[in-house]
Design a protein around this ligand. Structure first.
Ligand code: ADP
Ligand code: MG
Length: 534
């Protein structure tokens, strides 16, 4: 066997670069992302031979100072991340500082850039990773990166590239992907000197999409928009009757990053339900969420992201799709519809209205186009949560006939001390009896809280606190959860009616504070389909 040797620096560099930049479209993607990160409002992409011979991306973004240009092509040089902690609040596309260095390592690269129009800019030439020249040049504000003869120094990789047409097709898909997400930015794509598209700045998303995809497909889309404290979902979906044997556009974006995410695709198909049979819907879905809920660092080119709670993501999206497709004719949600029906029927006895409690856990109520199922615990959690957060300082406390005395563990007591005032504001008045013994004197009005729930409350408070003060929203969530009507609790007709009326008076009646649905709607149309009537 040969002795083990350390690979020369240059070889390591090229191998690493080949992992990020696998083919022309990968370089195009990185360069567009850099332009977006630089705040460009116009991005022009030019390729020759599908990007094999030339990739040129020009933007009117912030540009770079001379010293920064030199650094930009060094590995792990980035202006977007200071430490690993910043990943949690990342809003930019880049953060690893690898892209330019990688492209530079496997091509003949030129960067022309300037930070203002008044003074001269900089021109940098790099050949297979080695800086050849850095000079002043006349250049307006913005940046042009030109990469020629990709993989000239990795002949095996170059020979594995597919035909020019195929590589071009991938480049076009990449450019379209970003153009769809940024209607406010001008995108131009040129291939072998021919303009493939030049998209002006557009007011609405739909307008931009029409410039990119089949007009009829876009025209027939149903709009989707659902907001929730954890996620906001928007986009377009094909009407169930417009699903096809193949799809033209199946695009998922998370925080405007085009991604592949099987959970999202499966959830959308699940939302269509059996109407889909073996066909595929066209869709474009944008998900916005707190970056802390995402792991974008699981894939070398960041095309895959992992969501902290994939199960929730699935439920949320499939339910949103069901709702929008089930209500597209009247554009009314189950809630509006219910209130409307209530107003028509005022004066009617609640029992004639007929709420039905299923397994002492779910409430069924008829609405015009079908029925709704309400999760009684989740619904009550939502109600309490909004009452607590809305009223803040004066949630009415409800005195306990027999105050509850508890001996807290040291962690629980620490958490309790940290949130004492917040608790009182939220309707839980307490005092320390002696040592770590605490007396709970009141609970929020309308709460269903006994000793068991209060014990659980302190145990979970210690978990969320882990030594720090618990933010008020979290405290409110925890109280709502413990104080809410439980699964398995029998409710009278007036109790059910009051619960539903209060739910529908909430700002966000569709989801509990943890983001799970509170209401599921089943339409007559769906029933008809299931029974083979339509
Ligand atoms: P990353 O995007 O992960 O930071 P890159 O290698 O893609 O790493 O870019 C390195 C740095 O070069 C960026 O952090 C940025 O400061 C700068 N840069 C790259 N492209 C541009 C551009 N088009 N406009 C302005 N600055 C740029
Ligand atoms: Mg980058």
């Amino acid at each position: 066997m040969n002795p083990i040797k350390l690979l020369p620096e240059e070889t390591v560099r090229r191998i690493a670069a080949g992992e990020v930049i696998t083919r022309p479209t990968a370089a195009v993607k990185e360069l567009i992302e850099n332009s977006l990160d630089a705040g460009a409002t116009e991005i022009k992409i030019e390729v020759k031979a599908g990007g094999k011979n030339l990739i040129k991306v020009n933007d009117n973004g912030s540009g770079m100072e001379r010293d920064d240009v030199r650094l930009a092509v060094a590995r792990h040089a980035t202006s977007k991340l200071d430490g690993i902690e910043d990943l949690k609040s990342l809003r930019s596309y880049g953060f690893r500082g690898e892209a330019l260095a990688s492209i530079a390592a496997v091509s003949r690269l030129t960067i022309e850039t300037n930070v203002n129009d008044a003074e001269p800019g900089t021109r940098l030439e790099v050949d297979g990773g080695d800086i050849r020249e850095i000079a002043e040049t006349a250049y307006p504000r913005g940046t042009t990166v030109t990469a020629r003869t990709l993989f000239f120094n990795l002949p095996a990789r170059r020979s594995f590239l597919k035909s020019d047409n195929y590589e071009l097709k991938l480049v076009v898909e990449t450019v379209k992907g970003y153009a769809a997400a940024y209607p406010e930015i001008v995108f131009e794509l040129i291939s072998n000197g021919r303009t493939l598209f030049c998209l002006p700045k557009c007011e609405g998303m739909k307008k931009r999409l029409k410039g990119l995809y089949d007009r009829q497909t876009i025209e027939s889309f149903v709009r989707l928009k659902v907001d929730n404290p954890l996620l906001s979902l928007s986009g377009f979906l094909a009407e169930p009757s417009q699903t096809k044997n193949f799809y033209e556009v199946e695009a998922v974006y998370i925080n405007r990053r085009p991604v592949r995410n099987r959970t999202v695709v499966r959830a959308i198909c699940d939302g269509y339900g059996p109407v889909l049979r073996d066909r595929r819907p066209n869709f474009i879905i944008f998900i916005e969420t707190d970056p802390a809920k995402l792991d974008v660092n699981i894939h070398p080119t960041k095309q895959e992201v992992r969501f902290a709670d994939e199960r929730f993501l699935f439920d949320f999206i499939s339910e949103a799709v069901r709702q929008v497709l089930g209500t597209r004719h009247d554009e009314q949600t189950g809630v509006d519809e219910f209130l409307y029906q209530r107003s028509l029927e005022t004066g009617m006895d609640a029992s004639a209205q007929g709420f039905w409690q299923l397994h002492n856990s779910y409430i069924l109520a008829q609405v015009i186009s079908g029925y709704v199922i309400v999760d009684q615990h989740a619904a009550h959690e939502r109600i309490l949560f909004e009452e607590i957060t809305r009223q803040r300082r004066h949630v009415s406390p409800q005195g306990l006939l027999f105050p509850i005395t508890l001996e807290l563990s040291p962690e629980q007591f620490a958490a309790y001390e940290q949130s004492g005032k917040g608790l009182a504001r939220m309707g839980m008045e307490t005092k320390v009896f002696s040592g770590r013994t605490v007396v709970v004197e009141t609970v929020p009005a309308g709460a269903y809280m006994g000793k068991g729930e209060i014990k659980e409350f302190f145990a979970e408070l210690a978990d969320v606190s882990s030594g720090n003060a618990v933010p008020e929203v979290e405290l409110a969530k925890l109280i709502s959860c413990k104080a809410a009507i439980k699964f398995g609790q029998r409710l009278s007709q007036p109790e059910m009616e009051s619960l539903i009326n209060r739910l529908f008076a909430c700002d966000e009646p569709h989801f509990c504070p943890h983001g799970r649905p509170t209401i599921i709607k089943v339409t007559l149309e769906e029933l008809g389909r299931k029974f083979g009537r339509t």
